[in-house]
Design a binder for this molecule. Structure first.
Ligand code: MTE
Length: 327
């Protein structure tokens, strides 16, 4: 696959890495000075609106990787979001005018607390955490992204699923007026994804509302998207408007489109090939040698890790499952 860079990158879209790190250190110092120790009381500040608005009171997470971050430009201009087109630069180009507010999320199905919630009520009281996770796409590329999000487990628990709730099914907004890709039947719209309850209540799973200390850009799934770091990126559904507790296993959009290629489990697994290519290695986007001639020589390729490196934490979720069949 060719790694294409968009022709136009606004200068304002580029945060130099040093600036970002300085800001993070300042924020951390301010939090400590103000007594907002990690693990303190939940925060209730409003979630800011507006492009590139800063998120405050972000806690750091022990789950973060210390690998080198991809740049803000990599993260926000090389995307998959078929609602805005099928090429990697389409979401950045076509999602700029998308209106991510006001936003509501419908919670339905087998749970005590169902209803339609305003975004802020849905994630409140929230502890915003920065989680630096790899995103490993099934297309054999990866990035390291400083997400900002809330624990999905906490949200799921707050809605009190009933004993017959075995899965959580998510849906993206359906709005062909705003999402030009939905005018074509590239996928069966709206985009759907699902997790088992055990996956959804694992502490590594988050609903992200930001990246690089700022609100989520539209192309990354504003205002709220799923991030499940041990799974292939396609499980990370964007622009979520519905969360349903189901007894039956949901069928995600990719599984519906090509069931032999995209399984429900979709754990990052170097030992199970995609029907059309090996998953043993991956290309780190933006890594030295990641573009141009060097990349053709494989300089930015690296071994893919089982469960994307989170085996110790998540392997038990799949005890007894044949991961070759449940791919
Ligand atoms: N969510 C929706 N609604 N539509 C999509 O096309 N693409 C998925 C996932 N979530 C997709 C989606 C795929 S294939 C990947 S790899 C990730 O989003 C990419 O996330 P990123 O663009 O923020 O890196």
């Amino acid at each position: 696959m060719l790694i294409r860079k968009p022709a136009v990158i606004r200068p304002s879209a580029i945060t130099p890495r040093e600036t970002y790190f300085n800001r993070r250190e300042l924020l951390r110092a301010a939090m400590l000075a103000g007594g907002a120790a990690f693990g303190g009381p939940a925060l209730s500040a409003a979630l800011p609106d507006g492009k590139r608005a800063r998120l405050d009171d972000i806690k750091s997470s022990r789950f973060s990787t210390d690998e080198e971050l991809n740049s803000y430009t990599d993260v926000t201009t090389y995307n998959n979001y078929y609602e805005f087109g099928t090429s990697k630069s389409d979401p950045f180009r076509n999602a700029q005018d998308f209106e991510a507010r006001p936003w509501t999320i419908r919670v339905s199905g087998h749970a005590e607390k169902t209803g339609v919630f305003d975004l802020e009520d849905f994630i409140r009281p929230y502890d915003l955490e920065e989680r630096i996770y790899r995103l490993r796409c099934v297309e054999r590329w990866s990035m390291v992204i400083p997400w900002v999000g809330v624990s999905l487990a906490e949200i799921v628990k707050r809605h009190q699923p009933l004993s017959n709730a075995k899965y959580v099914r998510f849906e993206t907004l359906l709005d062909p007026k705003q999402m030009p890709g939905q005018r074509y039947r590239t996928l069966d719209w709206p985009y759907v994804e699902g997790l088992t309850i055990a996956e959804a209540t694992h502490p590594l799973a988050i609903l992200a509302v930001g990246v690089y200390g700022e609100v989520l850009p539209n192309q990354n799934g504003a205002p709220i998207r799923l991030v499940v770091p041990w799974k292939y990126g396609f499980k990370g559904i964007k622009g979520i408007v519905s969360m349903e507790f189901t007894e039956k296993r949901p069928i995600g959009s990719w599984e519906r489109a090509a069931p032999n290629e995209y399984g429900f489990y979709a754990n990052v697994n170097p030992n199970v090939d995609h029907p059309r290519w090996s998953q043993a290695r991956e290309r780190r986007i933006g890594a030295s040698g990641g573009t141009g001639f060097q990349s053709l020589l494989g300089a930015s390729m690296q071994d893919t890790l089982m469960f994307n490196g989170y085996g110790e934490q998540v392997a038990h979720l799949y005890d007894g499952l044949d991961l070759r069949r449940n791919f």
